[in-house]
Design a binder for this molecule. Structure first.
Ligand code: KG4
Ligand code: ZN
Length: 351
């Protein structure tokens, strides 16, 4: 079975091809990706209308590149997948429309994939894939969740953010510091030269017994600290504030993740989503997990942020698990779900 899939939920256009048979590990045959970072930089963030128009321009040439990369023909494709949500409505509609049209032209089935399930299963694209069950820390621009994952489609929510996501905390704090979009990686880079203890920033909900997060207060604290700086242009002080911000986010993520591992008794951790590319987060998690004999796995760095490969992989793994029925879009009548709780995919309350 050859799966062709499209990702267009935000500011990356991704197309990929994955080959999957029953009883074998799916293989990524080829992919193509375009990031709109340069397009949105001048505006300091993603402009939805511009994002949709750029997806329209890019998506078919990228599909051609992905097919060439995989050395496949369009006529080889057995199933088409696309990111149905969550994400920006107009952006999602581009991938959905193209995927549905191709599937109809090829007379093959069409699957609407959940973006977060793509992130969650992205470590299965690595050479050394994880084994179920595991705890997943999903940290992206829009989501921060801890989950117990027992199999494809078997997800139990352990805790999540009650306000901003971890990526949002990076991005908003970066904006306060006057850093260019995309804030997360730029703030992380600036933090390398700073002292993480220079500023005492809050670690919300750290000592509460639950596994929930809250990052909205951190951005306000960064804003206040920045406003009090005697010289807000001093590069050393800015690096200190960046390092302190990153340290606060990383500490909360690590401590709550360790609590989740302890509560579930699981010895495997998977980290997914854009913030999973953060170097300090990885170092801190690696260190803490090594001390507790916990195996921690990440997607490849290039597959942490949005891409088509994770969507093709999720489609292929759903099909392999026989858990794809609920995702099929019959008669090519497609729609998108800008807000789509993972519960609709069989998420159950954690016990
Ligand atoms: O998963 P993703 O590509 O898109 C969403 O689905 O949201 O995640 C993007 C988020 C952004 O908030 C970005 O600032 C953050 O991931 N990010 C990082 C790093 N790389 C990406 N945050 C901190 N450090 C990084 N190295
Ligand atoms: Zn994402």
């Amino acid at each position: 079975m050859l799966f062709l899939a499209f990702e267009s939920s935000c500011d990356e256009t991704g197309v990929a091809l994955v080959q999957a048979e029953q009883g074998e590990r799916p293989r990524l045959l080829g992919q193509a990706l375009h990031s709109q970072v340069d397009l949105h930089r001048a505006y300091g963030g993603v402009v939805p209308e511009l994002a949709s128009r750029d997806h329209i321009r890019r998506v078919l040439p990228l599909a051609r590149l992905a097919l060439d990369d995989a050395r496949c023909q369009l006529s080889d494709v057995d199933m088409v997948g696309f990111t149905r949500g969550p994400g920006l409505a107009g952006a999602l509609l581009v991938g959905a429309g193209v995927a549905a049209s191709l599937a109809m032209a090829l007379q093959v089935p069409l699957m609407g994939v959940h973006h977060l399930e793509g992130h969650l299963l992205s470590p299965f694209l690595s050479q050394d894939p994880p084994e179920f069950p595991f705890v997943a820390l999903l940290v992206s621009g829009g989501h921060t969740q801890l989950m117990r994952v027992d199999g494809v489609g078997q997800y139990a929510l352990l805790g999540e953010t009650i306000d901003d996501a971890a990526g949002e905390a990076f991005d908003k704090s970066a904006k306060v510091l006057g850093l260019p979009y995309p804030g997360g990686p730029v703030l992380a880079e600036l933090a390398r030269g700073g002292d993480p203890q220079a500023f005492a920033l809050p670690r919300p909900l750290l000592h509460q017994d639950n596994l929930d997060f809250s990052f909205a207060g951190l951005k306000t604290a960064v804003w206040t600290a920045h406003g009090r700086l005697p010289d807000a242009q001093d590069p050393k002080v800015l690096a200190d504030l960046a390092a302190s911000t990153q340290a606060a986010i990383v500490e909360v993520l690590v401590k709550k993740t360790l609590k989740a591992l302890q509560q579930t008794g699981l010895k495997r951790l998977v980290v997914a989503g854009g913030v999973g590319a953060n170097r300090d987060l990885r170092l801190a998690l690696n260190d803490a997990c090594a001390k507790r004999q916990v195996r921690v796995q990440y997607p490849e760095l290039s597959l942490c942020t949005d891409n088509g490969a994770m969507i093709a992989m999720a489609a292929a793994m759903r099909w392999q698990a026989g858990a794809h029925d609920a995702l099929m879009m019959r008669d090519y009548a497609f729609d998108v779900k800008p807000r789509w709780p993972l519960d609709d995919l069989g998420l159950r309350a954690a016990v």
